[in-house]
Design a protein around this ligand. Structure first.
Ligand SMILES: [Zn+2]
Length: 114
């Protein structure tokens, strides 16, 4: 039986593994985003190509597995930085909602960090 501890992100409540009885402890990083990195990703796709459509091209003679076609998924076709997203009428409300949660988290940090 395995066991692990996960840490919940205070912004989105998703969790990530931090301690594990089975695997080397994964390094949890909070520094992967900065102001110059994309904050909004526009992705296009929807529906995987049939593996047979591309398998013969990339892997001639190999019987394809379902969903194994290269190009399957939702590739990013456009990104917006924070500076761009805050000025965009469609995305501004999401940025402001994120700011509100960050402010709440900051208040909690101030309470605990002395
Ligand atoms: Zn998060």
């Amino acid at each position: 039986m395995g066991r692990f501890a996960a840490m919940v992100c205070p912004l989105c409540a998703r969790n990530r593994k931090i301690l594990s009885s089975r695997w080397k402890d994964p390094e949890i990083r909070w520094d992967l985003w900065n102001e110059n990195n994309p904050l909004i990703q526009i992705r296009e796709g929807g529906g995987k190509k049939k593996a047979e459509e591309t398998s013969e091209l990339f892997y001639p003679g190999v019987k394809p597995k379902r969903g194994s076609a290269p190009g399957a998924g939702w590739p990013t076709v456009e990104t917006l930085t924070l500076a761009e997203a805050i000025e965009d009428a469609e995305y501004r409300k999401y940025i402001l909602a994120m700011f509100e949660q960050i402010k709440k988290v900051k208040e909690i940090i101030d309470k605990y960090q002395k």
